[in-house]
Design a protein around this ligand. Structure first.
Ligand code: ADQ
Length: 436
């Protein structure tokens, strides 16, 4: 995020999964990252100053969006049409023609920015649902370009994708790439089925003939920079933070959840499950604390503000119902926290609750396991509809809509024998380090 403080522009790396997940790759590979900086300088002079700082300090190249573009393209078509549709929230989708027009024009704006900076033989890698028309646009300008496209969110089944009035345009847009990647095998399969049933194009072992080119579709589950998390947990700063945390928590078991505040993350259902757990297991009162970390996200959209209100009320209700002078069942933080605090929490938590209703991958589940290191025996409760469930089968897998079974999973996780926890954790940690 970028903001102005005392007349000076402050630049902070963003907290979303795409940005954090690719940060290490970007730093090591001397690429140029073209993107919207999330901040609108008011004057041309300020625009240039920021552009130079982003280039020199971060290898980033800004595409500035106007207020109407942010409204129609970003909050509108990207986050109010594609995001809910691809996460199977079909009733939350708006299909607004003017927003679609902005989606097209902003995609061309990115194409123009790319043409200003691209050099022959560069490899171009387009990311995510906000830029699905871009591969085709680049292909028209530079026919011989090498283009990859990766989708960070689920690709829905054909029956859901077909709701989109502009389904053909979106599919053709992506087909401009040479290689199209998804997090899971199912998403690739859904995409290929749409290509066949909507565009009538056959595939052969994931290869599609598009004009005179062959496009390859494949599965690349995104990993994390495990070494960075492991090294971070060993640092003195994190140890000091953890000592402090332990003083406040005393002997209490710690349950942790970390997510952007988003309706796909299943936060109200998870709170209900925690409430039910406390109701069913009074012997755990005063012995467990649920630390719930939520990062503010997309708060210009009405539905996100309503969710914030719902979550605030649920937390208040549960703390009011079970809390005592010495104990609050839920410790709720609604903000972004520094990396050291985040990994400190990951390493201290006895159980992580990762229960999205739908999630492309979910890096939090992997980050938690990495931060448990050699000496902890943390338990992961993971939803079957997170992409990472395909790789983390040793976790306690739950249906995120089944509040009863989630409540029991919390109990099971807290009471599991240490050797069982260790065995599951070791297997998953090995996989995370290997597929980083
Ligand atoms: P997100 O929906 O943002 O990502 P996720 O993959 O869990 O979800 O990534 C969130 C990232 O933000 C994590 O790396 C986490 O460390 C960081 N973070 C969360 N809370 C934070 C806090 N309070 N302070 C600081 N940092 C915090 C999207 C898709 C996912 C997919 C990723 C990557 O929705 O399904 O896994 O992209 O492709």
């Amino acid at each position: 995020s970028i903001f102005k403080e005392n007349g000076k522009i402050q630049i902070n790396p963003s907290a979303g999964g795409l940005a954090t997940g690719l940060a290490s790759y970007h730093q090591e590979n001397e690429g140029l990252w073209i993107g919207w900086p999330g901040y609108n300088p008011t004057t041309d002079k300020e625009k240039n100053i920021l552009k130079n700082r982003l280039l020199n300090e971060f290898n980033c190249y800004p595409v500035y969006l106007s207020n109407i573009e942010i409204k129609k393209y970003y909050n509108g078509f990207s986050n109010n049409t594609l995001w809910p549709l691809f996460h199977y929230f079909t009733t939350r989708c708006s299909y607004d023609h003017s927003e679609w027009e902005y989606y097209q024009s902003v995609n061309s704006k990115f194409c123009k920015a790319l043409l200003e900076t691209v050099k022959p033989d560069d490899i171009i890698w387009v990311h995510d649902y906000q830029l699905m028309l871009l591969p085709e646009m680049i292909r028209k300008e530079i026919p011989e370009a090498t283009i990859g496209f990766f989708l960070h969110i689920p690709f829905p089944s054909m029956e859901v994708f077909r709701y989109l009035p502009w389904r053909n345009e979106i599919l053709n847009g992506v087909l401009g790439a040479d290689l199209i990647g998804f997090h899971t095998y199912d998403y690739s399969r859904h995409f290929l089925s749409c290509i066949l049933r909507i565009l009538g194009k056959e595939q052969n072992y994931g290869q599609i003939v598009a004009g005179d080119r062959v496009v390859k579709v494949d599965t690349f589950p995104m990993g994390i920079d495990a070494a960075r998390f492991i090294a971070g947990v060993a640092s003195e700063e994190v140890n000091a933070e953890n000592d402090n945390l332990m003083k406040t928590m005393k002997e209490n078991k710690i349950i942790l959840s970390v997510d952007r505040l988003d309706f796909t993350k299943g936060i109200p259902e998870r709170l209900q499950a925690f409430e039910l757990f406390l109701e069913n297991h009074p012997d755990w009162h005063g012995k467990v604390t649920y630390i719930m970390l939520c990062v503010p996200s997309r708060d210009k959209i009405q539905q996100y503000r309503m969710l914030k209100k719902e979550v605030d009320e649920l937390v208040g209700k549960i703390n009011g119902r079970f809390g005592t002078p010495g104990w609050s069942p839920i410790l709720y933080m609604y903000r972004s926290v520094p990396f050291t605090t985040l990994i400190g929490l990951y390493s201290s938590a006895d159980l992580a609750l990762v229960t999205p209703v739908r999630d492309g991958m979910n890096l939090v589940s992997k980050e938690y396991l990495a931060c448990q290191g050699q000496h902890k025996n943390g338990v992961l409760v993971l939803s079957e509809t997170a992409g990472s469930a395909a790789e983390l089968g040793e976790a306690i897998i739950v249906n995120p809509n089944n509040v009863n079974s989630m409540a029991e999973a919390i109990y099971q996780g807290l009471t599991m024998p240490e050797e069982d926890k260790k065995a599951a954790l070791k297997l998953m940690q090995k996989r995370i380090k290997r597929y980083n």
